[in-house]
Design a protein around this ligand. Structure first.
Ligand code: AMP
Ligand code: MN
Ligand code: MN
Length: 336
């Protein structure tokens, strides 16, 4: 069932024990929107916990100051008993995006709900889905639930929701930055958020090693397809160095995005041996969500991703040929 905000809120109010979860390696939108919804449910005394497939990355670890964020390990699901009455998937719509937690949690929750803004989220695993692909961030959807509840986000929820907005709009630079986003940001600043303090917490607490890591990664970037594809491959050792240094790996794509003529940026990360996490960003009309779909992933027109089995060089070649095909179709007047 596709729910209106009012229907969705009603379901949450009557749900019993609620578990909020989200995709593997949760980003700022995933974690921030969870904090927002956590505090809304608590506002009426509801029973709720946040349980994610992975802990927050180092640059998002401060979010734990604003609410209890648990990460799955084999003990978090307890002894065979039910985990909750309602599982809410946030910033994703399929259990398979939760990795091992997705398979472990199946059958341990009563029903599944989805709050998401990705293409096709209304066709995910939710028995009930509250979805709007035009929302810049999942946090924007949570704020609509606050509206219908007649509640203002408190100090803690506002911090989470502000991080949600800035994570998915790249601090208000991407094309999903609408008047609605600025209105919501204003609302959250009025609730006590200090944007510069949050920027510092996310991006200005790196280790000294981050500078060398950024230099190396940017230096290893390549341009392919006559400069239309910017590509960056990070092997497992590089990812570990970047993680330890506290760097938000999204920022490594920015220099590639700054070059005129680049249509698509691809970042390939060896997340485990033989497993490559692909991040795609479109600078123009090319629809990277459709490319990600061909790789078994998904996302949005201008930002999409997939996790692919294979070696990093082989996956890079596959991405290059997909982008080449899409560019040819785009130039021929197709829809990319
Ligand atoms: P990322 O490159 O990980 O920042 O992801 C860009 C966008 O694509 C985000 O909105 C992700 O939620 C989405 N995305 C990433 N990986 C996948 C996947 N395997 N399946 C579906 N959507 C994905
Ligand atoms: Mn996300
Ligand atoms: Mn999102």
């Amino acid at each position: 069932m596709i729910a209106t905000p009012a229907q969705f809120l009603d379901q949450l109010r009557h749900a019993g024990r609620i578990v909020l979860s989200g995709h593997e390696h949760p980003d700022g939108d995933c974690l921030g929107s969870q904090l927002g919804l956590f505090h809304l449910i608590r506002s009426w005394g509801g029973e709720v916990r946040i349980l994610n497939p992975d802990p927050p990355a180092r640059h998002l670890a401060f979010l734990a100051d604003w609410g209890p964020i648990e990460a799955y390990d084999s003990t978090s699901l307890g002894d065979g008993r039910s985990l909750g009455d309602l599982l809410v998937l946030m910033d994703c719509s399929q259990l398979r995006r939760l990795g091992d937690l997705g398979s472990a949690i199946r059958g341990k929750v009563g029903s599944i709900a989805v709050v998401d803004h990705h293409v096709d989220a209304d066709r995910g695993d939710g028995d009930t889905s509250f979805v709007d692909v035009s929302a810049a961030a999942t946090g924007e959807l949570v704020l609509r639930l606050y509206d219908v509840a007649g509640v203002q986000p408190g100090f803690e929820a506002a911090h989470g929701l502000f991080v949600s907005l800035v994570a998915d709009t790249g601090w208000f630079r991407y094309s999903n930055t609408t008047a609605e986003v600025f209105a919501r940001a204003t609302q959250l600043v009025r609730s006590g958020v200090d944007p510069s303090q949050l920027y510092d917490a996310m991006h200005r607490r790196n280790e000294a090693g981050s500078v060398a890591f950024l230099g190396e990664s940017i230096g290893a970037s390549e341009f392919r397809l006559d400069g239309q594809l910017g590509m960056l491959c990070l092997d497992a050792a590089a990812i570990a160095r970047g993680g330890r240094a506290g760097v938000d790996l999204d920022v490594v794509m920015e220099p590639l995005r700054s070059v005129a003529g680049v249509e698509v940026v691809a970042m390939l990360k060896e997340s485990a041996p033989g497993r490559i996490k692909v991040s795609l960003r479109s600078q123009g009309d090319l629809d990277v969500q459709r490319l990600a779909l061909e790789l078994g992933g998904g996302g949005h027109q201008k930002a999409a991703g997939a996790t692919v089995d294979g070696g990093i060089r082989g996956v890079a070649a596959r991405v290059e040929s997909l982008v080449a095909g899409a560019l040819t179709r785009l130039r021929a007047g197709g829809d990319g």
